[in-house]
Design a binder for this molecule. Structure first.
Ligand code: ZN
Length: 334
């Protein structure tokens, strides 16, 4: 279920992300020639509703396709356009599909096979670096996530933002798979469709295309990184009802506007919502998949409180995303 081509189809750059299905029937990998080798790999729309990735790449390609400027790409570029059928409906993924950023380890579905094909194709080309562009649903600063701490990964991250998150789970994500054979990163560009997110992603990819080598970047370039480590992924257990607007029938009521806590380092005792009963708990999974709710949360006088100092990220007010993915991640400074 993968198409591979080596030029841009006519009319592609006139399309919005929800129109790409008119040209591409399935996930597509496009190899474009540039002045330097090996290619930079950029994956976009792994989540169909995260439009910034397409908006940024469209703008970049328009610039380098412009016949008047006649500029060649400074480095070869391979673009993987992921979940085109979900993008059509501006959904993360369709109900009958797996999450396209959870298919990058071996598995039996057609999507798993497709992901392996992309990996093999890029691995055989000796890819320079891998950039996976995403959006958040909640309010977050722009930041990069890396799965390895080697210098080249930190350099790749610092070119995007001072704020860097290190994580090693889930291992089924694209950046983890590519991290085995090239520096790789996920860049989180704020909420979809915002011009500042598009501009930032575009400038970043262009910087990486112009980069001669990571060795050429001095080590001092990464001295000022704020590096955080994911310590838990917080979910609302399936059997527990919740809301953000104070419905008295729900087991948990989260504070309204809670996503303003993203990337705030919170003290012990910080409030994570109201619990109707002691039965209403938040699940907190450590990176190795162990339930550590007791280490991170306690209920005191009907309030869910943080038991350790931690910093949330990707807190979202979108109840569907909370159900499909998670409430947030908890991080600590490294
Ligand atoms: Zn995403």
């Amino acid at each position: 279920m993968l198409d591979i081509c080596d030029r841009l189809p006519e009319g592609l750059l006139d399309l919005e992300s929800d129109q790409l299905y008119k040209i591409f029937e399935r996930p597509t990998l496009i190899h474009l020639q540039g002045d330097r080798q090996p290619p930079l790999f950029v994956s976009i729309l792994l989540h169909g509703n995260e439009t910034t990735s397409w908006l940024a790449m469209r703008e970049l390609l328009r610039k380098y396709q412009n016949p008047i400027q006649n500029q060649s790409l400074p480095r070869s570029l391979s673009i993987f356009i992921g979940n085109i059928s979900a993008a059509r409906y501006r959904l993360r993924h369709l109900p009958n599909q797996p999450d396209y950023n959870r298919i990058w380890q071996t598995g039996d579905s057609p999507e798993h096979h497709m992901a392996q094909q992309v990996i093999n194709e890029m691995r055989s080309r000796g890819v320079f670096a891998s950039i996976d562009v995403h959006n958040n649903t909640g309010r977050n600063p722009h930041y990069g996530c890396i799965t390895h701490l080697e210098k080249d990964f930190r350099k790749l991250a610092r070119l995007f933002s001072k704020t860097v998150v290190y994580y090693t789970s889930p291992k089924t994500v694209q950046s983890f798979a590519f991290g085995h054979f090239c520096p790789s990163i996920v860049v989180e560009c704020g909420q979809p469709d915002l011009p500042e997110g598009t501009a930032h992603a575009l400038a970043y990819v262009e910087t990486c295309l112009n980069l001669e080598s990571f060795a050429n970047l001095p080590d001092s370039a990464i001295a000022d990184i704020n590096l955080f480590h994911t310590v838990a992924i917080v979910k609302v257990p399936e059997e527990i009802n919740f809301s953000f607007d104070g419905n008295p029938h729900d087991d948990i009521t989260f504070p309204n506007g809670m996503d303003c806590l993203n990337f705030c380092e919170l003290p012990i005792g910080a409030n994570f919502g109201k619990a109707k009963t002691d039965r209403a708990y938040l699940s907190a999974m450590s990176e190795d998949g162990e339930e550590k709710s007791d280490r991170f949360f306690q209920i005191e006088n009907g309030e869910i409180k943080l038991k350790v100092a931690a910093m949330p990220s990707m807190l979202t007010l979108d109840t569907d995303i909370v159900r499909q993915d998670c409430l947030c991640y908890l991080m600590q400074r490294m």
